[in-house]
Write a protein that binds this ligand. Structure first.
Ligand code: FMN
Length: 205
């Protein structure tokens, strides 16, 4: 049994966050039975949810025809998740916020779609203490609203991966401690995903 770990990059650029996420996925794939895929919101057309309630009242997926239609299927098909965002004004990017708002049908129509699937959060900021912790916590809340089992990075990493990029990809390599929080998180998400899968088989759910 191979589990798909999906890395979702909330940056509108091919920059430091995508680099960090690639490193995280590489680390997770060192565990047997984990394969990974990175998807990015860069260049994607994703309107934020307008609260029209079409999904809720018609018991269906979102009717807005943009790139979220395909992303929705890709996302719910995965077994585990690493969600990464650059810090924008001390929070996740608007692109990532739009993405999670458009997963609203999971709450109202497909409540079990992400049940018993593990997820972790990564934030990459240009400033040393520029809001990485806040951003990780907001992403964790996004994951909780969509029913995921949130996994942290244990001692040192705590809530998730937090990196100081100094506004450049090369800056990431200079933050050895930050990158260790990312690798630790990646290993834990992969491990918990494997444990959850074994538990599902044992419990027959
Ligand atoms: C609109 C905007 C807002 C930003 N706000 C913050 C911030 O509040 N704190 C911070 O540390 N960095 C902030 N940054 C810097 C980015 O988080 C940083 O450059 C990051 O590495 C960008 O990731 P990327 O290369 O994946 O795009 C901001 C950048 C932009 C473009």
């Amino acid at each position: 049994m191979v589990l798909k770990l999906l890395g979702l990059c909330g940056s509108p650029r091919k920059g430091a966050t995508e680099y960090v996420l690639q490193e995280a996925l590489r680390e997770a794939a060192t565990l047997p039975g984990i394969e990974s895929e990175l998807i990015t919101l860069r260049g994607k057309r994703i309107q934020p949810c307008t609260g029209c309630n079409y999904c809720k009242s018609h018991k269906t997926r979102c009717h807005v025809k943009d790139d979220m239609q395909e992303l929705f299927d890709t996302f719910i098909a995965a077994d585990a998740f690493l969600v990464a965002s650059p810090v924008y004004v001390m929070g996740p990017t608007p692109q990532l916020a739009a993405f999670f708002s458009r997963l609203r049908p999971i709450h109202h129509v497909f409540p079990g779609a992400l049940r018993n699937k593990a997820g972790g959060a990564i934030a990459v900021g240009g400033t040393r203490n520029g809001g990485q912790e806040v951003t990780v916590n907001i992403i964790i809340n996004y994951l909780l609203t969509r029913g995921l089992v949130v996994v942290g990075g244990e001692i040192g990493g705590y809530a998730g991966g937090k990196v100081w990029s100094r506004d450049r990809i090369e800056g990431v390599g200079e933050d050895a401690i930050g990158m260790e929080t990312v690798r630790g998180l990646a290993r834990r998400v992969a491990e918990v995903a494997l444990l959850l899968q074994a538990g599902k088989v044992a419990a027959g759910v």
